[in-house]
Design a protein around this ligand. Structure first.
Ligand code: ACM
Length: 678
């Protein structure tokens, strides 16, 4: 009865509205393949129950339990039983045909129908059900008196089979809880591959019982035990996520060689784990049998921990300096007709491929492994593209055309701190013409979270929410590409990630509280909404400013990409200066007033060195805002004031404490605009 009343209330206004502005009324991400709305609504009340019809209910039951928990918490509805007491259908009926073994062939499609009486979710596999339950949860809507699922029919399936997130746990270690919360967030946006970058120059992070010196000597004691690895792999599998380990060889090998220097290419060297960032010379020696005996035993041990069919061997950025310097290696190359270091690395990779085959693993590596003699059984992880001088489509398209399966990360480097739209617009294929076979070799993509500049406190804010937009790029149709609309939906998706334990929002204030010794942080919060950390690797020029144990609780760590006030302000200024729309003037003035008083607020904080370093930023933001206000409001500015304004804008162009002010262009536009109108 309640359902019917609610339905009647909703029918009139909502249906029309929803059909006209479908994308804006539903905060779905990734946007589904096919969606039609109907006029009914399913009321979320205490009698919501879920019945499950399928063979093995392990993975689905776990998802249904989590669904009920999240639904109750999100809505405040006191769900009574959750599952039907007797053997009857629930109000939410889940059915699936088979249990997936989690592979690149897993069918993740689902069909979801919501009407006023019940909800049907059907999928070919249990993993499809997981994807559908996330969609249903994202549909949760409310008015002043009730929560409901809007009536829809959704038929959905991913565009790409590989939708991953790589987390580098070598540069900075990220404990089990960090990984688990990110797995939950990944599942909430239907991502299905966790690529675990376990070794690099800065640390070896997996317990090895065969070669224990690896984790004992090359991790500062920060590593995953084998039980923890198994636990994470199981946890991911329950969420329909495959786990691909990466053991980066033959370069990026300082941690390996810290433990086993005898395998290095430079003789009589004591290697120590690296504290800086960058590309380093320590490299495994590919010409000695011991290296292969070692890798055979180690990879066989590690392969047993990771049930997935793919195993990543890195292979990137080996400049071969220690190979060039080693006479024995040079002699070996001559004796074996290996002309270049690329040939030697291919020789090494082919041996690894054979080793991995014994454990039934497919070798995957960064795109440097794609050399003329590399067998096409390898999977090419394309991290370089046109920006690195490669032909159109970058390594991804070259690999697909050369016969390799391939995964894209070029353009999905979230550690570079680019705006969300950069990643969202990173269409993998675009207008490039491919044969059916070539297209089929493009498996998908991965966001890459390199961890030189992140700790467990900040990593979430670098991954999320932008990775949700990448998830949509990889799941949804190419035509789903409206940036403004994506940003609207992302706002909602972003804060809902908190429900899964993601700390990207709350840790910002925590860092600022830490900076100020728990004083009023308003002045800093306001600045953080118009500042972004320096992009690309300019924050850590040369890789030596920040080391393993540098602080990552500075102002730059509290700032993120897509600074929210800057985004709105820049848009308003554009409107004002291009169209002379007086409507934008009022909110612009409000922003300027707020910023004009920033320094007065800032001064109230009992400063310390961390905060003091921001003084010039606060001072100049205040000064520029005050003078712009004056010129906009009084329509006149003395020559001296104008000079002062120009000087403070000029100062603001200089980065301060590794952040850049991202309203500079707008301040300049306003200055010119007010000058014209003086
Ligand atoms: C890489 O960024 N070196 C794969």
């Amino acid at each position: 009865m309640k359902n019917t009343i609610v339905t009647i209330i909703f029918i009139s206004g909502m249906l029309l509205n929803a059909q006209n502005k479908l994308n804006e009324t539903l905060n779905l991400m990734p946007w589904p393949n096919d969606i039609t709305q109907n006029s009914s609504n399913f009321l979320i009340n205490s009698s919501v129950t879920i019945s499950i019809h399928g063979n093995d209910q392990g993975r689905v039951r776990n998802a249904a339990v989590n669904f009920l928990r999240r639904l109750a918490d999100r809505t405040g509805v006191f769900i009574d039983e959750g599952f039907p007491i007797s053997n009857t259908n629930g109000t939410i009926v889940i059915s699936f045909d088979s249990v997936s073994d989690l592979s690149i062939n897993t069918d993740e499609s689902y069909e979801l129908t919501v009407n006023d009486k019940n909800i049907q979710l059907h999928a070919k596999t249990d993993v499809g059900i997981l994807r559908g339950l996330e969609t249903l949860l994202q549909l949760t809507s409310n008015n002043a008196t009730a929560y409901y699922f809007p009536g829809v029919t959704i038929k959905d399936a991913p565009r790409f089979v590989w939708r991953g997130l790589m987390i580098d746990v070598s540069r900075h270690f990220h404990p089990v809880d960090v990984i688990k919360r990110n797995l939950r967030a990944m599942a909430s946006v239907k991502m299905n591959v966790f690529h675990w970058h376990l070794t690099d120059d800065q640390g070896f992070r997996a317990e090895s019982k065969v070669y224990p010196k690896l984790h004992e000597l090359a991790s500062d004691g920060l590593f995953y035990t084998q039980d923890q690895i198994k636990d994470i792999v199981n946890y991911a599998a329950n969420l329909g996520i495959r786990v691909i380990p990466e053991f980066d060889v033959p370069g990026h090998a300082t941690a390996f060689l810290t433990a086993y220097p005898e395998l290095g290419s430079k003789k009589d060297t004591q290697y120590v784990i690296e504290r800086n960032s960058g590309i380093f010379d320590p490299t495994l020696n590919p010409t000695i049998d011991d290296t292969y005996v070692f890798l055979d035993k180690l990879f066989t041990e590690m392969a047993a921990l990771f049930p997935d069919a793919y195993f990543h061997i890195g292979g990137d950025e080996n400049e071969g300096k220690h190979w060039d310097e080693n006479e024995d290696i040079q002699a070996f190359m001559v004796a074996n007709n290996l002309e270049t270091n690329h040939d030697l690395q291919t020789y090494f990779n082919i041996k690894l491929e054979k080793i991995l085959k014994k454990s039934e693993k497919n070798l995957m590596g960064w795109d440097e492994i794609m050399t003329p003699n590399m067998p096409t059984t390898a999977v090419i992880h394309a991290w370089r593209g046109e920006r690195q001088g490669l032909p159109k489509g970058g390594a991804l398209i070259s690999a697909a055309k050369a016969g390799y399966n391939t995964v894209l990360s070029n353009g999905f480097y979230i550690d570079l701190m680019y705006a969300v739209e950069d990643h969202y617009n990173n269409e993998p294929i675009g207008d490039i013409q491919l044969t059916t076979e070539e297209r089929a070799r493009i498996l998908g993509g991965e966001a890459t979270m390199w961890s030189e500049l992140v700790t467990p406190r900040t990593i979430d804010s670098r991954i999320w929410p932008r990775t949700a937009a990448i998830a949509e790029r990889l799941w949804s149709k190419k035509e789903v590409n409206d940036v403004e609309n994506m940003k609207l939906r992302l706002k909602d998706i972003s804060y809902k990630l908190e429900e899964l334990g993601i700390t990207h929002i709350k840790n910002k204030d925590a860092i600022l509280r830490g900076m100020t010794n728990n004083q009023d942080i308003t002045a800093l919060v306001d600045l953080s909404k118009i500042c972004e950390p320096l992009k690309t690797y300019t924050r850590n020029e040369g890789g030596t400013e920040y080391k393993t144990y540098s602080p990552f609780t500075l102002f730059a760590d509290a700032c993120g990409t897509d600074a929210e006030d800057a985004f709105v302000f820049n848009k308003l200024v554009h409107q004002l200066t291009e169209n002379v729309s007086n409507e934008s003037l009022t909110p612009i003035v409000e922003y300027l007033k707020k910023w004009a008083s920033n320094y007065a607020e800032f001064e109230k904080i009992n400063n310390n060195p961390k905060v003091n370093a921001l003084k010039p930023l606060s001072l100049n933001v205040s000064k520029a805002s005050r003078l712009l206000l004056k010129s906009l409001q009084t329509k006149e500015l003395s020559n001296e004031d104008r000079k002062d304004l120009n000087t403070s804008i000029k100062s603001l162009k200089e980065p301060c404490m590794d952040v850049e002010l991202v309203i500079i262009t707008s301040l300049e536009k306003l200055s010119q605009f007010s000058n014209k109108n003086d």
